[in-house]
Design a protein around this ligand. Sequence first.
Ligand code: ATR
Length: 275
Amino acid sequence: MPCIDANTMLYGIIGHPVRHSFSPLIHNFAFKTLNINAIYLAFDVTDLPSAALGIRALGIKGLSVTIPHKTSIMPLLDEVDDTARQIGAVNTIINRGGWLIGTNTDWIGVVSAIKERGKIQGKDYLILGAGGAARAVAYGLKKEGAKVVICNRTYEKARSLAEELDLEVIKWEDRNDFRAYGLVNTTPVGMWPEVDKSPMEQKALKNYALVMDAVYRPLETCLLKQAKLAGCLCVDGLKMLIYQGVEQFKLWTGKEPPIEGMFKIAIEILQNEQN
Ligand code: ATR
């Protein structure tokens, strides 16, 4: 990376908490590799309106937005694009000369991750969960031509998401009897430290050709272990995470980031965490 000097451009992530985030590592790695005079920092933000003023006042060039600010940031921006509006969340801010534009790259993360292993167009997918992540997954899969079915512990939430994005719904109790091409888990079930939990029974996994878990701590979740055993194509949550960051980097810099290296450093960190 060039020396930090008076021309260094500032990027970052706002969230609460943010200390666990991979984004500073992967974006700084990309800036350094491409010799771009920029730095990416993590900001633990609780006062969002003041932070939005700060972005403009300090000329921060671009920001990632994470939990719990993805929806509440929307009215504080100058413009929110159609994609972010339909998903109902902004995960990326672009600062064009003080004019803050909000967009969403989470859906591209999912689509790119799945397309590496399997198909979307014309296939049917079951999504577990109906929160923020499920919204981006459902939007992406639908946009790419899949038929999407939602299944959530709280049925009412699944129903209202399905109505909004024109999806189908099944009851949580029926999930192990369902059959589709793909299954995507967006619930936190199986996330560290509850690594022995899975949202599905082993016998149900034979009903799917491809299984993706949005959980990436651990990298190989209990659900993915079950899926592997059943012979499914497996897609881990880190892929989704890195690919949404790749898209952000392209939007901010207009340049292609070093994807392989970004994966390598993220995997190293995850493996160290697990040892
Ligand atoms: P995110 O932004 O990561 O999607 P979220 O908006 O809090 O997080 O949504 C989490 C989703 O996981 C919800 O759909 C939640 O189900 P409820 O609507 O019933 O709360 C689901 N979820 C969380 N814990 C779960 C569990 N132990 N079993 C099944 N579903 C769970």
